[in-house]
Design a protein. Sequence first.
Length: 317
Amino acid sequence: MRSFTTDEDPMTRSTLPFLAAASALVLALSACSADAEVAAPSTPAAPSASSSPSPTPSDAAPERLYVALGDSLAAGYQPGGTELRDTAYPALTANRLEAAGASLEVENLGCSGETTTSLIEGGKCTFDEGSQLEQAEAVLAERKGEVALVTIDIGGNDLLACVRGGAQIDAACVTKGVATVEKNLPTILERLRTAAGPEVPVLVLGYYNPWVAAQTLDQPVEGVEEAAQGYADLSDAIEAAADGAGATFVSLDEAFATNDTTPTEIGGRTIPENAARVCTLTNLCTARDIHFSDEGAATVARVLADAATTAGVGAAS
């Protein structure tokens, strides 16, 4: 597993209103978990391609396809319900790779609210082929020989459904959610690997753990320790599925300082560094929303672009 860093030194970030976020975290997570969705729009729009609009020099490599799958994180979900795909991490990843010499067309299939089950069976967003996975398979077949990269993030919504009433986490539900990911994700990744072919890098993004911030709350949240462990187990399940399918697991643990409990001061309050990173790289402390902040999307793009470069995506792609 390769280590990556955030785009900014966390000690230089602006002061965040963590005290206000402390009382809002559980409510934000609860709102995001309705119907097993990460704050999905009430009427999900059909995902569409999003091209990276940089000019291609005459001596640049020919344009290749980057297919991104996932949930609201890939879709660029913003506080308030909009989706900004042009600033979501897949588009920013493509921009970084293009700056290094690649020329990429982005097909972003991300669907807010997607779970591992709905990604296979459909039902969250409208796709011509029925489900996000079937759509990806169709695109990969149609553009065979032109694909440079496939990325996917999926599984977080399988656990977010386990928040009950804003102040309680159903531990049995968390265990069941991880088991569902363990069952579905190998199928998803094996089908993507088959559709993409053996030469195309398939990068599987891990998740950050929002519950490390919840563990610092002044007010108790029943089951928060089980939820935090559940996200650690989710990461293990995603990594195991990636390894088993011949894909590459891309961890966010370094970027989010998941295991770093070094005391850090924010807004006059001393909290662990991992909780501070959740505040900085998501909208939790500014908008009561656990999706990526601008800095978070840029950081994830950096992590993915580094992993893609290591996998061979670059000027020759």
